[in-house]
Write a protein that binds this ligand. Structure first.
Ligand code: 5GP
Ligand code: MG
Ligand code: MG
Length: 183
């Protein structure tokens, strides 16, 4: 789906598919340099990170495995509740593994700081974070994010995996959702 297909629901286009792909390639080169000779376990956070995971994993030239976790922190609204629930756990044993969490966006940081602690407690050798997007509020919490694609304004965005009430995930780029859609 293109921006023009849902034009009335969007207030501002932020990132085109091309800009996202270029940035993912840059992040992949950093990850390859940092994990040269290692076997990486990418942990994607469902469902928002599906597109980032698919593109990042294919861009990487390292041997890797992919696993998925589903957590819930938002319900159907646009604000983080701070309460994280595991909806689907990993299938992999993390003992001794080099884990890279792949995320779509870090906003309050509540979800990721919880996830980081949770995965580190399972005996992984290392757990780092790669996120495509980061909002200003993320700076207020102590989450050490190794790889960040874009710092974006504090607005609710959709597309490239990011939803509002499960819609817009299949939008190729990323845009700010028009307030009339959720107000
Ligand atoms: P945090 O716990 O960092 O506040 O938020 C984490 C999760 O909230 C993200 O993984 C994402 O699913 C959702 N989220 C945060 N900001 C946005 C946004 O602007 N748009 C959408 N669609 N989801 C968001
Ligand atoms: Mg997410
Ligand atoms: Mg969502």
């Amino acid at each position: 789906m293109q921006f023009s297909d849902v034009e009335a629901d969007l207030s501002e286009v932020l990132l085109s598919q091309e800009e996202i792909h270029e940035k993912i390639a840059v992040m992949a080169r950093q990850i390859e340099a940092d994990y040269a000779g290692e076997k990486l376990l990418l942990v994607g956070v469902l469902r928002g990170a599906v597109m980032v995971m698919a593109d990042l994993a294919r861009e990487l030239t390292l041997p890797l495995e992919m696993d998925w976790m589903a957590v819930s922190s938002y319900g159907a609204g646009t604000q983080s509740s701070g309460v994280v629930r595991i909806l689907k756990d990993l299938d992999s044993d993390l003992q001794g593994r080099k884990v890279l969490i792949v995320e779509d966006i870090i906003d309050s940081g509540l979800t990721l700081s919880w996830l980081l602690g949770n995965l580190r407690s399972r005996g992984a050798e290392s757990v780092e974070i790669c996120t495509l997007l980061r909002k200003p509020d993320a700076a207020k919490v102590e989450v050490d994010v190794r790889y960040v694609g874009f710092d974006i304004p504090n607005a609710f965005v959709v597309g490239y995996g990011l939803d509002y009430a499960e819609k817009y995930r299949n939008l190729r780029g990323i845009a700010v959702l028009a307030p009339h859609v959720y107000e």
